[in-house]
Design a protein around this ligand. Structure first.
Ligand code: CA
Length: 239
């Protein structure tokens, strides 16, 4: 039985490298769409279906980090392999922090790149199958799917953004211990500085609107003075 080929969006502005990669990926049986700047990458991504993204960092119009960030805001699990001449540890860390699945520095060896692509796509298949009840967190009569970001809130079913999902997941994972705003910023937004803690507060306000009957008197997402926020898993009815 013929399998549908995996579709890869390749974002690379060095045209010779791009063409060579496209040729070799196609020889492996993938279907490859080429975008030569960050903006057309985002347009392709929004309008067509792909299985993964290979993303250069230094790009015209919209840079690769920004592209990865935008995609992560919409889709928490879409596979991204960063391909870049920027090979310092800092850039690598930044790439992984915005949610890339893997990172390969230029110049790279073609067989290694092909292996990474294969690995990412295999993991994607595996996660797809593994998406089961264990990814769904229940509290009271609500739930959150930490993989897809779908949730049942106080006022019906909602789709959380990737960041909303990550904030909830981090709070829940602490089992009623408070998480500081700084840590939330660092882990969810990838900020190193602690100067933008209001961002976190705004997210908490939104999450309370989803999950609290009375957002001003929260029962689940609690403020802990001078410590941050914590999540309490109570099953008593919200009301
Ligand atoms: Ca480039």
């Amino acid at each position: 039985m013929e399998k549908t080929p995996k579709r890869i969006l390749l974002v690379e502005d060095e045209i010779n490298l791009a063409k060579g990669l496209k040729f070799n990926l196609e020889r492996e049986g993938y279907e490859v769409i080429l975008a030569d700047n960050g903006q057309s990458a985002l347009e392709y991504w929004a309008s067509e279906q792909f299985d993964m993204l290979i993303l250069d960092l230094m790009l015209p119009k919209i840079g690769g980090i920004e592209v990865a960030r935008k995609i992560r805001e919409e889709n928490i699990r879409f596979p991204i392999l960063i391909l870049s001449a920027k090979s310092t540890d800092e850039d690598r860390a930044l790439g992984l922090e915005v949610g890339a699945d893997d990172y390969i520095a230029k110049p790279f060896h073609l067989p290694e790149l092909l292996l990474r692509v294969k690995g990412i796509l295999r993991r994607r298949d595996w996660y797809g199958e593994a998406e089961t009840e264990k990814d769904i967190f229940h509290f009271s009569d609500m739930w959150i799917n930490f993989v897809t970001g779908k949730a049942m809130g106080m006022r019906g079913e909602i789709q959380l953004t990737a960041r909303e999902t990550q904030v909830m997941q981090l709070l829940v994972s602490r089992k009623e211990e408070p998480v500081s705003r700084e840590e939330l910023l660092q882990k969810v937004w990838g900020y190193i500085s602690a100067t933008e803690t209001r961002t976190v507060d705004n997210f908490i306000v939104r999450l309370r609107k989803y999950f609290e009957k009375n957002p001003k008197k929260p029962k689940y997402i609690l403020t802990v003075r001078e410590k941050g926020y914590k999540f309490i898993r109570t099953f008593e009815k919200n009301g």
